[in-house]
Design a binder for this molecule. Structure first.
Ligand code: PSV
Ligand code: MN
Length: 382
């Protein structure tokens, strides 16, 4: 694509930010309170709106239930609208209640399975009130030891639960099924990879799509190939961005392996209805600046992917020019797109240097004054 065409296509990129990235969060060792971190869902939405104001490409915020529960969903949706953003994916939580020690929808106890499905259906109800399109499903279900439970029985229980949710989804809504090969279960997880998630989605119906989270793969997994396969099957529904050097660790996307991020966008940028979302919750970084950096890293990688000379790539591929084809990609990857991004921001009335503008705006300092040090806003245990 020419730089001009790439600039016209750039506004296609919309990245959702997660409410849980604005509250306090930590590791299992310590949560450090961040001065000014959002304390409730209203403050999280306001922070998400500020990120959108600065970037112009983060127009929605994902919620996690019950962390973000409110008794007036329409008021929250209105509040979001007044701040220039929408409520995005609804993420049920079937992993923190003590009942879920042995799993949620694949728990051996039918009473607990029913409780989990009820919560998922409650979240489908919330989607209607917030105007959300996607229900984003991740299960901590799994086992720790060989023999602990029966793989095939659990597979059937997962299908049964997902089908109930699929049947309850109104037209135009989707369910995104996220896989993860470890944690908190360490021997087996019920949705251990994209194949398991895809099979479950196919068993449910067309509203079920796979969600790929960058941090949920073994070292060395070729994630861009997974993305290509799922797109080809019409089943790639969403993508969670983060960076992980060792395992799922919530670091800022693009900081560990920017080339991988670029290669993923090379596969997705032309196609599909993919919900791109940041799934990070920062521990020692300034909350707002970390989120801003994450969105900007995605935008930069996306723009580079748009610049790939597809015709030259195809020609090199078809003529067996192995390194020529590779160089078509690296040429685009190596392009300094900062001047183009500045031009894009000028055209759209956005700050040309969003991080500088954020730093100079005093937003973080003002919020620190107003909100203080709370250690209450996150969903994770403190
Ligand atoms: C699980 O590790 C996950 O990636 C899921 O998307 C959750 O909803 C999210 O993190 C927040 O815990
Ligand atoms: Mn995720």
């Amino acid at each position: 694509m020419t730089p001009d065409d790439a600039l016209s296509a750039l506004p296609r990129l919309r990245i959702e930010t997660p409410s849980w990235g604005y509250g306090d969060s930590g590791t299992r060792f310590k949560t450090f309170a961040w001065p000014g971190a959002a304390r409730d869902v209203w403050e999280k939405v306001a922070d998400a709106a500020e990120i959108h104001r600065l970037t112009g490409c983060a127009p929605s915020v994902a919620l996690h239930i019950p962390w973000d529960k409110t008794d007036d969903w329409p008021a929250l949706a209105r509040f979001a609208g007044e701040h220039g953003v929408e409520i995005g994916a609804i993420n049920p939580n079937v992993f923190q209640d003590p009942d879920y020690k042995l799993g949620s929808v694949t728990n051996p106890d039918p009473r607990i399975r029913e409780k989990a499905v009820d919560h998922l259906l409650e979240c489908v109800g919330i989607m209607s009130m917030t105007g959300s399109r996607d229900l984003s499903l991740w299960f901590a279900d799994g086992t720790n030891y060989a023999g602990q439970d029966d793989f095939r029985r659990r597979k059937g229980l997962m299908t049964e639960a997902l089908r109930q949710v699929h049947a309850a989804l109104p037209d135009g809504k989707r369910m995104l099924v996220e896989y993860k090969f470890f944690e908190p279960a360490f021997y087996f997880t019920d949705l251990f990879d994209w194949g398991a998630a895809l099979v479950q989605c196919q068993a449910c119906g067309p509203k079920a799509k796979v969600l790929v989270d960058l941090g949920h793969h073994a070292q060395g997994t070729n994630i861009e190939a997974i993305v290509a396969f799922l797109l080809d099957e019409g089943r790639l529904g969403g993508f969670h961005f983060n960076a992980r050097r060792y395992a799922d660790d919530d670091l800022i996307v693009g900081t560990t392996n920017p080339f991988e991020l670029f290669c993923i966008f090379v596969e997705t940028c032309g196609e599909g209805d993919i919900a791109y979302m940041i799934d990070q919750s920062h521990n020692i970084e300034p909350k707002m600046e970390a989120m801003l950096q994450s969105v900007l890293n995605c935008q930069e990688a996306f723009l580079k992917a748009l610049l790939v000379d597809r015709e030259a790539l195809r020609h090199a591929q078809m003529t067996g020019d192995v390194l020529g084809a590779h160089r078509v990609l690296t040429d685009a990857f190596r392009t300094d797109v900062r001047p183009l991004l500045e031009e894009h921001r000028r055209r759209h009335g956005l700050p040309t240097d969003p991080i500088k503008t954020h730093r100079e705006s005093g937003y973080a300092e003002r919020k620190a004054q107003e909100r203080g040090v709370a250690l209450t806003g996150g969903g994770y245990p403190t």
